[in-house]
Write a new protein. Sequence first.
Length: 91
Amino acid sequence: MARVQSKLVRSQMRFANIEQMSARQEAALARVEANRARIEAQVARVRLAPVAFYPVTIPVVACPRVRVNVPQVNVPRLPGLKIPAPAADVE
């Protein structure tokens, strides 16, 4: 009889945990809905003045072509510098 009662208590605990999770989810959903209603109320209070937008015409500007001569420069190759490095022991 004790085993049956303990199984019954465990199943009731599982059901209570599920109800608790469901209650948390419902509370979170209620918070989301409250935020949505608050945002909708704020948007309803905002009144935008009508604005007329006039098209802007950009004048066409002709850019003249410019020719640039870049001289070729011969750079002589320099022999590589040899810098002695100290020896290091690595274990």
